[in-house]
Design a protein around this ligand. Structure first.
Ligand SMILES: [Fe+2]
Length: 243
């Protein structure tokens, strides 16, 4: 993993990527960046964990399936190796100018898979708000893209300097990497149509992994109802059920 990630990073013009990231208010999109050798292994892990998908439906906000960190840590070594790869974390640290680190072991979102497999699966506009004391940064990796769904990103939403909103509508093809500051990017996934499928991986990094007890409770309740289920979140164990 280290060699492959190192090679992929060597192919980037880091200064140009950084410049674009900052010009876009802390957002970058690298189409089909991750090498097929890594993507293929990760997609094999997607198939392995598919029985553990936990489906959720929150009217008018989101519908879809997810597999939490607790399952991935047991069954998806390639995903974990990417999440923790020192060269990858160094790249993200340089990109964001923040001392990034993986989330604590107790966070089911640390790295997680999101499955859009049934008609209408989507997520409405939101920020990836940080409940940690520090900032939270999201890396999204496209894995399976056989859909008309799009990742819609509104850059500069609520920007204090008043820059006009710029909208991007992206297909996240296998290996495509999107990275952003969770408090700055207003984003959504548009609804899946019939006979379509979309699976993506998200990797979350933080600048300060501590959290106040109240925010921890709020975050756990949100994860229970919106993502992974009560049992998974409060016992910290792999689980989930198909619905
Ligand atoms: Fe998000």
């Amino acid at each position: 993993m280290a060699t492959e990630v190192g090679r992929a990073l060597a192919g980037l013009d880091i200064e140009m990527v950084k410049k674009t990231y900052w010009e876009q208010n802390e957002f970058i999109h690298l189409d089909r960046w991750l090498p097929a050798s890594i993507v293929d292994r990760i997609v094999a892990e997607v198939e392995r964990v598919r029985p553990a998908v936990h489906r959720n439906y929150i009217p008018r906000h989101k519908k879809g399936g997810s597999v939490s960190y607790y399952t991935l840590v047991e069954q998806a070594p390639t995903i974990l190796a990417l999440y923790r790869a020192p060269a990858f974390i160094r790249f993200l640290t340089e990109l964001t100018n923040q001392p990034l680190q993986p989330c604590p072991e107790t966070d089911p979102h640390s790295c997680a898979l999101y499955f859009y497999t049934e008609p209408g699966d989507h997520i409405g506009f939101h920020y990836d708000t940080s409940y940690y004391k520090g900032g939270r940064y999201t890396v999204l990796v496209g894995l399976i893209e056989r859909s008309s769904s799009r990742l819609v990103c509104q850059l500069f939403k609520n920007d204090p300097s008043g820059r006009p909103i710029m909208e991007r509508r992206l297909a996240t093809y296998p290996g495509t990497l999107v990275a952003f500051n969770g408090d700055k990017l207003w984003h959504a996934i548009t609804p899946l149509a019939d006979n379509e499928e979309r699976v993506s991986l998200t990797l979350e990094y933080v600048t300060d992994p501590s959290m106040t007890p109240f925010k921890r409770l709020f975050s756990n309740l949100k994860d229970s109802f919106a993502y992974f289920g009560l049992k998974t979140v409060f016992t910290g164990r792999a689980g989930g059920s198909r619905r």
